[in-house]
Design a binder for this molecule. Structure first.
Ligand code: ADP
Length: 242
């Protein structure tokens, strides 16, 4: 019974997630097609909404594909030497414009002397993107996100911190389970698949890293990913299946 409920919740959550971008894309495409746009500036705005929403759609679909690969045991990680500061800064820059425009305080503090680690750069970016997407989704009143990198002991860390709705202690134990979503309180209208943190955990586990969550209801959350430093590889790229 529980499985049937999880399945039907998932289908309904995903349908909801897909509906909004699809509705926006068709509405703005239709307006453009009918030449009902008053000026060039508006036209540009509509094109940019269409491309942003298309990007959102592909993020959702990629998340589901990524998850199904993991479930089938077919996800592969391509390891190379990665500069974490550079990687996080690239992700940060891709959000900067949009977040500042939507009223967020948004900052990145790069740790000094963060050594390279051996990692799958695309997968680590995916993990950081999932954390930032969540920080955005679950910041309803106070819109303040800060990202930091650094070294702690024999690990490097990446932290994504928000001042959003927070997560109760009880739910903090469950948020990494597949399909799990907090369904009460302030967040019950927020859309999602319940897969984001499952993917983050898988990526971190594959890198022999750890995830720490610090969160308080109504005060905010901080997700800290740590990765061991000592795994640098001098011999070029290598593949691992996980
Ligand atoms: P989704 O966001 O698609 O529901 P996730 O697996 O990414 O799925 O997250 C699981 C649940 O954890 C979310 O539904 C949400 O309730 C909670 N959560 C995740 N990140 C945050 C955050 N930064 N602040 C508050 N709640 C969060």
């Amino acid at each position: 019974m529980e499985l049937a409920k999880i399945k039907s919740d998932f289908v309904s959550n995903v349908s909801h997630e897909l509906r909004t971008p699809l509705a926006l894309i068709s509405m703005f495409a239709e307006t453009l097609e009918m030449e009902r746009v008053p000026n060039e500036e508006k036209k540009k705005e509509y094109y940019s909404i269409i491309s942003k929403e298309a990007a959102r759609l592909s993020r959702i679909v990629n998340k589901i594909l990524s998850f199904s690969k993991i479930e089938a045991g077919k996800r592969e990680y391509r390891l190379s030497n990665v500069n974490i500061n550079y990687l996080v800064e690239e992700v940060y820059k891709s959000y900067q414009f949009h977040l500042k425009n939507s009223g967020f305080q948004f900052s990145f503090s790069a740790g000094k002397t963060v050594p390279e680690i051996q990692a799958d750069a695309e997968a680590i970016s995916e993990a950081v993107i999932n954390l930032i997407d969540n920080a955005i989704k679950y910041s309803i009143d106070k819109k303040d996100i800060s990202i930091a990198t650094g070294v702690e002991g024999d690990s490097i860390f990446i932290e994504v911190k928000d001042k959003g709705v927070g997560i109760s202690e009880e739910n903090q134990k469950k948020i990494f389970e597949k399909f799990f979503r907090v369904s009460d309180g302030l967040v019950h209208n927020t859309k999602g698949t319940g897969l984001g943190l499952t993917l983050v955990k898988h990526i971190v586990d594959a890198h022999k890293g750890k995830i720490k969550v610090k969160s308080k209801l109504n005060e905010g959350s901080s997700f800290i990913l740590t990765f061991p430093i000592n795994n640098i590889n001098k011999g070029g790229n290598k593949w691992v299946k996980f």
